[in-house]
Design a protein around this ligand. Structure first.
Ligand SMILES: C[S@@+](CC[C@H](N)C(=O)[O-])C[C@H]1O[C@@H](n2cnc3c(N)ncnc32)[C@H](O)[C@@H]1O
Length: 183
């Protein structure tokens, strides 16, 4: 039986969930958390929701949204305990940098929708993007590095791997996982 929103104690948001592997795996092991998986490509969400139904997972809701259109005002303040951004498109060319998610403004937006002590995880195989994210979050008064200042880790025990994480690990690419806690 599907629970209502109000019956969940914890809320988690994945931004750019792609085909949803990470959120589905995490939702399975955290049945008391409601997972919101946000993605701009409808086809990816349809694929994930079909798998979710086959796997019998109840605690995921999807949102088709392009963050470039809007993000502020979509979620109520103080909602999420966990935010995950896994392998966002790196936009390596200088003229495309504006498409990256992470910015000082975005760090403030994420802060507003999180509960105190919420965790934010940002994973990438792109060194330049990892550095940019470090610069944003280390200089934000709203976020504190959960490990130690400026530190990224390569793996977090028990954390499911997304489609792109598996792909990059197979390629032998370095993985940078940043974890910040909301103040
Ligand atoms: C490289 S894929 C990573 C997918 C998944 N997180 C993973 O690790 O396997 C980046 C995902 O972010 C989505 N995305 C990119 N820009 C977005 C935006 N502005 N709003 C919402 N989703 C976006 C893409 O459609 C894509 O599915």
């Amino acid at each position: 039986m599907r629970k209502n929103f109000t019956e969940y104690k914890n809320f988690s948001l994945e931004i750019g969930c792609g085909w949803g592997e990470f959120t589905r795996a995490y939702a399975c092991i955290n049945p008391d958390t409601l997972f919101v998986a946000l993605e701009k490509k409808l086809g990816r969400i349809v694929a994930s929701s079909k798998k979710q139904e086959i796997e019998g997972i109840q605690n995921i809701r999807y949102m088709v949204l392009d963050l470039a259109w809007f993000f502020d005002g979509v979620f109520t303040a103080n909602t999420f305990d966990l935010i995950t951004i896994n392998f966002p498109d790196p936009w390596p060319k200088a003229r495309h940098r504006k498409h990256r998610f992470v910015s000082h403004e975005f760090a403030v937006s994420l802060y507003k929708i999180c509960r105190p002590n919420a965790l934010l995880t940002f994973a990438t195989d792109n060194y330049a993007y990892a550095r940019e994210a470090v610069t944003v979050f280390e200089n934000s008064p709203h976020w504190k590095n959960f490990v130690a200042p400026y530190v990224a880790v390569d793996k977090i025990q028990g954390r499911p791997e997304s489609f792109f994480e598996k792909l990059h690990r197979l390629e032998g690419a370095p993985i940078y996982i940043l974890r910040y806690q909301r103040t």
